[in-house]
Design a protein around this ligand. Sequence first.
Ligand SMILES: NC(=O)c1ccc[n+]([C@@H]2O[C@H](COP(=O)([O-])OP(=O)(O)OC[C@H]3O[C@@H](n4cnc5c(N)ncnc54)[C@H](OP(=O)(O)O)[C@@H]3O)[C@@H](O)[C@H]2O)c1
Length: 295
Amino acid sequence: MWSSISSIYLTIISTPISKQVDREAEGVNKMVAAAGRSREERWSLAGATALVTGGSKGIGHAIVEELAGFGARVHTCARNAAELEECRRQWEARGLQVTVSVCDVSVRADREDLMAAVTAVFGCKLHVLVNNAGQSLFKDTAGCTGDDYARIMATNVESCFHLCQLAHPLLLAAAGGKGSSVVNVSSIAGLIGLPALAVYSMSKGAMNQLTRSLAAEWARDGIRVNCVAPGGVRTDISSDKTIDRELVKKEMARLPMGRIAEPEEVASMVAFLCMPAASYMTGQVICIDGGRTIT
Ligand SMILES: NC(=O)c1ccc[n+]([C@@H]2O[C@H](COP(=O)([O-])OP(=O)(O)OC[C@H]3O[C@@H](n4cnc5c(N)ncnc54)[C@H](OP(=O)(O)O)[C@@H]3O)[C@@H](O)[C@H]2O)c1
């Protein structure tokens, strides 16, 4: 392993600076810059196509509405067909351009079907992928079963990795025009230690690292990869009855803003990260946590 790392290093240092600069220029040219565009163009998603997983509820629902509100055509998915269809109907009534697919992101074949649907709907070009669908698990480590571990890892990490792989050709096809980007939704649990959340925290920590690795790998393709890490947000996950009430009290006492977030407060950052206005941002994990991680 060390010999392959040192050979990569030697290739880099033995490559003439002019060639390195040429390659960098090639990448920068592909990564469409915000500079030189009007303010309206920099802060818009008009004409963009986006896939948001888990859009029928909570943070994903708010992200769908925010991206569609800024002019994107959005495709979203969830497992519950009836809830998804009700959302689609309401979005249509409000004039938002949103299509839907039933999909369990923890299942490989479902992810492949989802990307086939996205390819058909958007004609092979995807400007934005938001890996939002996720599940939590509040359980002491000693009590976690193999099934608990497998469910959380398949839903939160494997889905994120595989959907990025599947979306890559579509993101690449879109990158030449407006630039394209991935936004992962992790959690501050992936950055700090919290009791009874080990498996969930591991999955979110992996998403944070995948963000940095892909950002480094895909910058030359014109694809930016970022991550938002929310603290507590008012959704079904945060009202889960299995959360220890004492832990909630302690967490609230450490929270400078003294309240949890509304889903829209996460969605606005996701929208920004997808816009040309964020054209020089990649590989970042941004906490949206009312200051929790600074205390
Ligand atoms: N709420 C918080 O306090 C908080 C804090 C930090 C991070 N986050 C993260 O934010 C993301 C969204 O959480 P949320 O609080 O908005 O959750 P939520 O209100 O429970 O909504 C989750 C959404 O994802 C869908 N979903 C869940 N499992 C899925 C699966 N296997 N396949 C496809 N869709 C699935 C759900 O629909 P179906 O059930 O119909 O599939 C729903 O649309 C998650 O990744 C979560 O870890 C949340």
